[in-house]
Design a protein around this ligand. Structure first.
Ligand code: FAD
Ligand code: NAD
Length: 482
């Protein structure tokens, strides 16, 4: 294998592997370096997303949802299944199998696209040079016309609750419990806290979520956030807002527990948990990645500094995904990977950062794109709002899954769609049609004039668009217009 490449990508998470594949498709000789090792010391591609992020968390969310459905929701359909039991090790083993299948798939895609997957830790030692050190300490130097940094992110630790990987765990540890903890504490009512808290609550854990902020899901449209809090609180998730964790004490003895100290509006509090998940955000990972002499600039929070095209201050070096500014989402990193590859091939590809969809995979799902009602009002934009509750959707009622609503916001002068916010079953998939519509600058009327299959959950999106212009059919309209 020659050590000279057109492109060397460091990191094989969604940002890195997609960048590498697209580069190879465009005719660049490409290598992708990965340091991730499995428990049995094998290099594995796919990064956080495939190994300990999006995929394993959704596998457990799907398993636990089926358990909850069988336990609580079958009877109403006239189905009795007797006593429903959960085999946690089997559930975790299934999750591991899904992960294996997908990470092996990346290896296959590298082979099919002629990307050289290289095992080891990459360090940028010059504008066109990367040194790779493998797990046995053996080094090789790669020459690269272009380097793409896709080193991702890792969980943030906080001093009051040091991770011991047994009783106090991060998101990775929370995907590995071998039994359902009786009392589960979660620090952080963010995306991970709500998703992984939901998994274990559905399986029978008594879950308490401690969140420092007073506002629940501050990045979400207020009406949707309020509805989410109402729905999630009914699911054995005790979400305590305004609760800042200040300390913790591990018990001694064989069966460990942890006493968490926190302060809220009533003063100092304590609570005892069998397991504690710390989910207070993630930080960019640049440890041992950059030789200082190269001069790649980081910002004050440790992200690699890039422009809108993901170029760093060094002309041959780019950075994509969680290691750069913007939401830490797999799809955002993938699109950045494609953009950089295509720009290296002299195409004019851009990422539309205004239209990054976000989803929280609770049940019901919470999904949004564009601006919230509050953001638009603060900007002084005149808006029309259409809201359609799933309780008025024939399909949602047929499925006995009618919590939530679709909220669509359009510019009052031009009718252009400015945002869509959904809490409901399959919200992620429902939202995508509006992401596409917004990418084409569609108006609420465009959606209203489109024919939707009946009966389908997506009719709620149709009706919300009609409601924005005052003529929804299946609900009363806030304002009626011709
Ligand atoms: P990563 O996936 O973190 O990959 C970076 C890779 O680079 C890693 O494999 C790392 O080992 C490697 N690396 C780092 N430094 C070096 C080096 N010096 N040499 C060689 N290799 C190196 N996002 C979503 O969009 N949807 C979801 O549903 C979702 N769920 C999530 C659930 C959980 C529990 C977590 C933790 C995250 C979730 N995310 C989700 C976020 C998503 O995982 C990240 O946004 C995404 O993985 C970022 O991709 P990336 O390629 O930038 O980095
Ligand atoms: P987050 O930023 O979503 O939530 C962290 C929460 O912890 C915040 O609400 C914060 O106020 C709170 N917090 C911080 N310090 C605290 C303290 N001392 N005490 C109590 N609360 C405290 O971060 P996360 O949930 O860890 O997720 C990390 C990243 O991973 C996110 O940026 C997210 O985009 C990504 N992710 C995405 C998905 C998805 O797309 N479905 C799923 C999981 C993770």
């Amino acid at each position: 294998m020659s050590n000279e490449y057109d492109v060397v990508v460091i990191g094989s998470g969604p940002a890195g592997y997609v960048a590498a594949i697209r580069c190879a498709q465009l005719g660049f000789k490409t290598a992708c370096i990965e340091k991730w090792l499995t428990k049995d010391d094998k290099t594995v591609f796919g990064g956080t997303c495939l190994n300990v992020g999006c995929i394993p968390s959704k596998a457990l969310l799907d398993s636990s949802h089926k358990f909850m459905d069988a336990q609580n929701h079958f009877e109403v359909h006239g189905i009795s299944v007797g006593k429903v039991a959960i085999d946690v090790p089997a559930m975790i083993a299934r999750k591991d199998k899904v992960v294996d299948q997908l990470t092996s798939g990346i290896k296959g895609l590298f082979t099919a696209n002629k990307v050289d997957g290289i095992a080891g830790t990459g360090k940028v030692t010059g504008p066109n040079k990367v040194v790779v050190t493998d797990k046995d300490g053996k080094q090789q130097e790669l020459a690269a016309k272009h380097i793409i940094i896709a080193a991702g992110s890792v969980p943030i630790d906080i001093p009051p609750t040091p991770i011991d990987h047994e009783t106090i765990v991060d998101s990775t540890g929370a995907l590995e419990f071998q039994e359902v903890p009786k009392r589960l504490g979660v620090i952080g009512a963010g995306v991970i806290g709500l998703e992984l808290g939901s998994v274990w609550a559905r399986l029978g854990a008594k879950v308490t979520v401690l969140e420092a902020l007073d506002d629940f899901l501050p990045m979400v449209d207020r009406q949707i956030a309020k509805e989410s809090m109402k729905i999630l609180s009914k699911q054995d998730l005790d979400i305590k807002m305004g609760s800042r964790v200040t300390g913790s004490k591990l018990s001694k003895g064989a069966k460990k527990s942890v006493t968490v100290e926190y302060s809220d509006k009533d003063g100092e509090q304590t609570e005892v948990f069998d397991k504690l998940i710390v989910a207070v955000g993630r930080r960019p990972f640049t440890d041992s990645l950059l030789d200082e002499s190269v001069g790649v600039e980081l910002d004050d929070r440790g992200f690699v500094k890039v422009n809108d095209q993901c170029a760093t201050n060094i002309p041959s070096i780019y950075a994509v995904g969680d290691v750069v500014r913007g939401p830490m989402l797999a799809h955002k990193g993938m699109e950045e990977g494609v953009m950089v590859a295509e720009r290296l091939a002299d195409k004019k590809t851009q990422v539309n950062y205004d239209l990054v969809p976000s989803v929280i995979y609770t049940h019901p799902e919470i999904a949004w794109v564009g601006k919230s009602e509050e953001e638009l009002k603060a900007e002084g934009v005149e808006i029309n709002i259409g809201v359609f509750p799933f309780v008025a959707s024939g399909r949602a009622l047929a499925a006995n899954d009618a919590d939530g609503m679709v909220k669509l916001i359009a510019d009052a002068k031009t009718d252009r769609i400015l945002g869509c916010h959904i809490i409901g079953a399959s919200a992620a998939d429902l939202l995508q049609q509006i992401v596409i519509a917004m990418e084409f600058s569609a108006s609420a009327e465009d959606i209203g004039l489109t024919m939707f299959s009946h009966p389908a959950l997506s009719e709620a999106v149709h009706e919300a668009a009609l409601a924005a212009n005052g003529h929804a059919i299946h609900i009363g309209n806030r304002k009626r217009r011709k």
